[in-house]
Ligand binder design. Sequence first.
Ligand code: ADP
Length: 344
Amino acid sequence: MSREKIISQSSTGAEDEQYNAALRPRSLDECIGMTELIEKLSISVTAARDRDEPMEHVMLHGPPGLGKTTLAYVIAHEMGSAIKVSSGPALTRPSDLIGILTNLERGDVLFIDEIHRLPASVEEYIYPAMEEFKVDFVVDSGMHSRTINLPLKPFTLIGATTRAGLLSPPLRTRFGIAHHLEFWPVEDLLARARMTAKMLEVPYDEPALEMLAARARGTPRIANRLLRRCRDYAQVKAAGRLTIETVEAALRLEGIDPLGLDELDRRFLRTIIGVYRGGPVGIEAVAATLGEETDTLVDVVEPFLLQAGLLARTRRGRLATTQAYEHLGEQPPADGDAGLFNNT
Ligand code: ADP
């Protein structure tokens, strides 16, 4: 079974994307949390505006659903510029990228999601574009070949990736600002849930939103999605108000446990515990047993389990921690078992 729609951190369709767009803050002031990053961006934006120059190139990395796309839109809004959106896998040929670059106006923001998946042949063209605002390309071949040098209007590239480790060093070093987005603390998720409830005009009891925020896997996109699910549940099964009882029942129906783990998270841990005796086990083996893509597990499932202390990543492979055994109600192996790893 693939990851449930409800919990998946990436967008799952047009409807979801529509909500995402509607719920995004527009300015830096409206952004919740991320204090250090917001401060850094606000200084850069102000300085660039004062100099009447585009802002430095920005690289944002971190698990899906934490706010990378949102920040790209916010930066464009703050700069008073237009934003063009693309992604690494969509730019398959150099001409795809060159087409976009040559159509940028002065000061525009180009957002490239999953930038680590840009083909090497395309990435080459990004370097001079970022550094000198130009593209060079060769037309014809053999005797008639010549290089055409196209000047570009100065722009800001905002790159996003779930895996900073997969970025090529030449690309990484060309960003003036690079920032890792962390999972959100519960109080920020609560603020996000309140904001969403207000925008969607859903009446709620405060403890109900606290429960929802605590189970949102540190991810604002998930907080938004859970809120919509709970709203539907409350509308159909109760009087429309989010109470502790309705939120608890709605989340139980969705298979979300008190730590915010969903079915795939639990199957992942159960596989390591049940099939591989707690590990260490290579991620490919776990992926094969689960019938899931390794990338999905690494990008979407593992980061939160690591952060929650339920999983450990060692050089010999993945290990379930004693906390994972306890959470799943499994008996941890006796002391001295090589696989056991206590995270406390
Ligand atoms: P990513 O691009 O990292 O996958 P998004 O930018 O799409 O994540 O964020 C998902 C959702 O989280 C957005 O639709 C928005 O509602 C919420 N969100 C993200 N960052 C913020 C923020 N700083 N303040 C308030 N809400 C945010």
